[in-house]
Design a protein around this ligand. Structure first.
Ligand SMILES: [Zn+2]
Length: 188
């Protein structure tokens, strides 16, 4: 009886150990491949947004190695039957084509064009910073399609969330905005 318990315990420990051992690359693949990415479409040579099936890559990594397949592409459904050749670009450099990283890098070290305060690092739960377009309107970066961003970043300027809210209000209700210079008295 004691021997049986011991054998069962050893088997359970080995099973749990090997599961954990295989789960680590699976979890790493899931977090490594989730999210929208920008690639250059090998067919059109245009920037497109794609998303890898991260769950499938995780299962692949759990069993043997991650199998990459697209879950979404901005050219779908028209070109849904393409060979997904762009996956090679993701395999080579999964970090640099991630939309979140591209946007973070663009805002890094930049200051708001209105208040000149430096725009802090992007956070998923924080208010998103915005952009000032050539039409003098501010737009949150998330409102653009990701594949538009490389062009948008050349024509727009960075705006912090607070100034974006103020500017939006100024555009919507200009009659309610009163421009006031800081009174000299107040600072005395
Ligand atoms: Zn600002």
């Amino acid at each position: 009886m004691t021997l049986t318990v011991l054998i069962v315990s050893v088997v359970v420990v080995l099973a749990v150990g090997s599961f954990v051992f295989r789960a680590i690359p699976g979890v790493r693949a899931y977090f490594g491949f989730r999210g929208k990415r920008l690639i250059t479409c090998p067919e059109t040579h245009q920037t497109e947004t794609v998303e890898v099936a991260a769950g499938e890559a995780a299962v692949g990594a759990f069993l043997t190695e991650p199998t990459l397949r697209l879950k979404e592409c901005s050219r779908w459904p028209i070109r849904q039957d393409c060979g997904q050749e762009c996956l090679k670009q993701i395999e080579v450099d999964p970090e640099n084509c991630l939309v979140w990283n591209i946007v973070s890098k663009w805002y890094e070290g930049k200051s708001c064009v209105f208040c000149h305060k430096q725009i802090g690092p992007l956070h998923h739960l924080d208010h998103a910073p915005a952009l000032l377009g050539p039409d003098h309107k501010t737009v949150e970066w998330r409102e653009f399609r990701p594949e538009q961003l490389p062009d948008v970043f050349t024509s727009h300027r960075p705006v912090c969330w607070n100034c974006h809210v103020t500017e939006t209000f100024r555009h919507l209700r200009p009659e309610l905005v009163v421009e006031r210079e800081l009174e000299a008295k107040r600072s005395r």
